[in-house]
Write a protein of this length. Sequence first.
Length: 345
Amino acid sequence: MNAAHEPWLEPVEPFLSPLADAARDFTRLTGVPVDLPTALFLRADLAGHPLPGRTSAGGSCHLFATADGWAAVNLARPDDTTAVPALVALLGSPGAELSEAARRATATEVARNAQLLGIPAAAMGSAREVRAPVHVRNLGRPLVRSPAGLRVVDLSALWAGPLCARLLGLAGARVVKVESTTRPDGARLGSPAFYRWLHDGHESLVLDFSSGALAEVVAGADVVIEASRPRALRRLGVHAERFLTARPGRVWVSVTGYGRDDDRVAFGDDAAVAGGLTGLDASGGPVFLGDALADPVTGLFAAHAAARSLARGGGELLCVSMAACAASLADSGVRGTGVGEHQPC
């Protein structure tokens, strides 16, 4: 193991059994070995992030004590920070610091009001025992295939979806990363070395989504990876259900914070907190684990689910919830391997 990963691995290692099981099965299905410490901690090492406490490794997400527990609020974007005074007002403490306002409210109130303003936030453990990490919906006809030679269209951004695409690419798939001319992948603003690692060997395609070209690109895919609200893609002429029924053996991987039927926004740190995937400090209070840990965890679960789907014939919509993936690690003693799949999506 890379020595740089060692300080990150120790607090996370007790939770990794479900993820290690998924990685081993992905290797069995594809022949591609998975280096878990690199997948989980390379970004932090390249960016020089410090080990997290009640502030995330990347510095944007914060754990706040509330009247009845803890809540994570992720101020990852300029608009999130701008909305903090409005959040404080909604919590009934106009003019107060957010930490003070949070102490006067419940964790659910903090998370709910933040989400009303579009700020990623979660009450700690609120997504535990809610759903399996991957839900499967059978829609198309089966055709058993391996990833090798298949065309994967990656519409996702940041980390979870691109990591899924990277692993399928290592298994021999031809990956096309698609970005909008008006909304490029935000990961381009982070570590260039990490972005290259995620997308090495992938074709890059930048499109005007309003032109109708996106639907044409998707039509030529065998596997689609996306992390968008279903209605947003439908407005662009892209329908998961139609894609899957048009040709046998196709697979659609949908990565969301809390499920396709839930519009709440989530990033890796707050989704991990929602799943209860946190550590404890010397005082017994919660701390973040890893770096946006739900992101790489979800990417690995998604790649494994895609490989499994292809091996059994595809025709499936795979709904992968970041919060549920985090919960599967936190609750690994209850959920076994943590990669259970249930219907419907």
